[in-house]
Design a protein around this ligand. Structure first.
Ligand code: MG
Length: 189
């Protein structure tokens, strides 16, 4: 069985929070936010808004996917290098309503993958071997199942508790390096 990698979308491939704060600032303007202000996973509570409003803004982020930037340059090429280790699935909690936007965005940025799973509420229930994610909540739950999470560094995941199964990475390049050196040593020629 090939290794299965669950690659997250928002906050790992796409700069969704960067775009979220842009939409927020233009729509509400107060308080004016930057990505660095987002220091908690459920930061929207601190804004005094409902989860519904948070999601409404997120809807706009994906509906207007042309404005959504990838978090890294040549992202398609980096995802292709990840596929050296096994099969790469895009796994996201994003609503299945966003599937056409997500697919357009991925194809626009030349990101290839095996299967796409949207609407996933708890990733630790999936059978993937490795996860690349930015969610501190998912990271802790996955680590509890003794599987590795490459945690994409973001302001909202810096307080995640230490675990040998949680490896912090700053970008996909570093994720590839950690996979080669720590998770699957000896895989790359
Ligand atoms: Mg994410």
């Amino acid at each position: 069985m090939p290794v299965r990698i669950a690659l997250d979308l928002d906050g790992v491939l796409s700069d969704s929070m960067g775009r979220w704060v842009e939409v927020w600032n233009s729509r509400y303007g107060h308080p004016r936010l930057s990505v660095e202000d987002i220091r908690e996973w459920d930061f929207w509570r601190g804004l005094g808004i409902t989860l519904e409003t948070f999601n409404e803004v997120f809807d706009e982020v994906w509906r207007e996917w042309v404005y959504l930037r990838p978090l890294e340059e040549n992202i398609g090429e980096k995802v292709a290098r990840l596929a050296y280790f096994g099969r790469v699935d895009i796994v996201s909690g994003r609503s299945t309503r966003h599937l056409p936007y997500v697919k357009s965005w991925l194809s626009h940025h030349k990101i290839r993958y095996d299967t796409i799973f949207l609407g996933v509420s708890s990733k630790s229930r999936l059978t993937h071997d490795i996860f690349i994610d930015d969610s501190p909540v998912e990271a802790v739950r996955i680590a509890e199942t003794a599987r590795y999470v490459l945690l994409r560094d973001q302001p909202w995941n810096r307080n995640v508790p230490k675990s040998k199964f949680i490896i912090r990475v700053r970008n996909l390049e570093e994720a590839i390096k950690k996979l080669a050196e720590e998770v699957f040593p000896g895989t790359l020629p």
